[in-house]
Design a protein around this ligand. Structure first.
Ligand code: FES
Ligand code: FE2
Length: 332
């Protein structure tokens, strides 16, 4: 995991008001809880008393109550009430569990994975694609669990060479095996690191693709923002979005959204469902192959893989990933 980053970890709608949700993310058991005034909090999913899962507890007003002996936690992770000593007795300061800074945007919950000493008021911009937070864009989500490190799932979405093979019956029809470009641009705006990718695939008529750079025409096709969100710009009105939520070092939960805007709401809901179904079929084709890859986690210094020019987006991703990790180490 790259430290000091905002990770998209779950969807907002997974936790309703007054509910608690227990999930494993970033290799840790976490409890997300939402109060009746719609504030969302995140705490390590383990009671400091005798270790029960707080995610099995209840939201009581502005507290999260442990299901075992009723200890009540506030949003800072402090125990405020221990029923067995009387509700009005003072609780010692060290009765406290770790909490995490989270923010909701675009129906996603972003978790700050970083150094505790950084002031939560001075955190960098959340990397969500702003256009997708527009009200006019509607989306349908599907989720899928992949037993690989999240970096490997990301690389698959930056892979512009696999289409005529993995997706030969769907989006890769037409035997366009030759990859022209791909063009890659790296942007850093307000600390948000973005990779933009564009490419042209052609049938093999004897051309040499290595010598051909392709110009970028208006918008790029693929957009990836560190550490874990990706967008495919299909047209002005359609986007595919993926959040690669790290469960732990060997497991990733994919949140795949089909976004669309414009048109009548009846057709939008029909196409939304169709789009989500299409995503599921395409994702299955990817998963079948990605799960067989070795090693299960990518790194920039990997010598056992012999890459080609079409892998440039993947190379740039690995490079920046290792740079971001090194930057943290040197700043410590
Ligand atoms: S284990 Fe939570 S209150 Fe006892
Ligand atoms: Fe694919």
């Amino acid at each position: 995991m790259i430290p000091n980053q905002w990770y998209a970890v779950i969807e907002s709608r997974e936790i309703k008001r007054g509910e608690v949700l227990g999930v494993t993310r970033m290799g840790m058991k976490l409890a997300f809880w939402r109060t009746s005034d719609n504030s969302l909090y995140c705490i390590k999913d383990q009671c400091i008393h005798r270790g029960a899962a707080l995610s099995k507890g209840d939201v009581i007003h502005h507290h999260l109550q442990c299901p075992f002996h009723g200890f009540e936690y506030d949003y800072t992770g402090k125990v405020k009430i221990i029923p067995a000593i009387g509700r009005n007795s003072k609780v010692p300061e060290y009765f406290k569990q770790d909490t995490f800074t989270i923010k909701e945007i675009g129906g996603l919950v972003f978790l700050w994975w970083g150094e505790p000493e950084i002031d939560p008021k001075n955190l960098p911009t959340i990397p969500m694609f702003k256009e997708l937070t527009e009200k006019s864009f509607k989306y349908n989500t599907i989720t899928d669990h992949w037993a690989v490190h999240y970096s490997l799932a990301i690389e698959n979405q930056l892979d512009v060479v696999h289409l005529p093979f993995v997706h030969k019956t769907t989006i890769g029809r037409g035997n366009r095996t030759v990859v022209l470009g791909p063009g890659v641009e790296l942007l850093d705006e307000n600390g948000v690191n973005e990779l933009q990718v564009w490419v042209r695939n052609e049938q093999d008529v004897g051309q040499n693709s290595i010598q051909k750079e392709i110009p970028r025409i208006n918008n790029a096709m693929l957009y990836f923002r560190f550490p874990n969100i990706w967008m495919n710009r299909i047209s002005d009105n359609i986007r595919i979005f993926v959040a690669f939520s790290p469960i732990d070092d060997m497991n990733t939960l994919m949140y795949v959204r089909f976004y669309q805007k414009g048109g009548l709401s009846f057709f939008r809901s029909f196409f939304g469902k169709l789009g989500a179904l299409g995503n599921r079929i395409i994702l299955r084709q990817d998963k079948r192959v990605v799960l067989t890859q070795n090693p299960k986690k990518s790194s920039y210094s990997m010598v056992e893989q012999k890459l080609i020019h079409g892998d440039r987006p993947i190379i740039e991703y690995r490079k920046l990933r290792s740079e971001l990790k090194a930057r943290i180490k040197s700043s410590l």
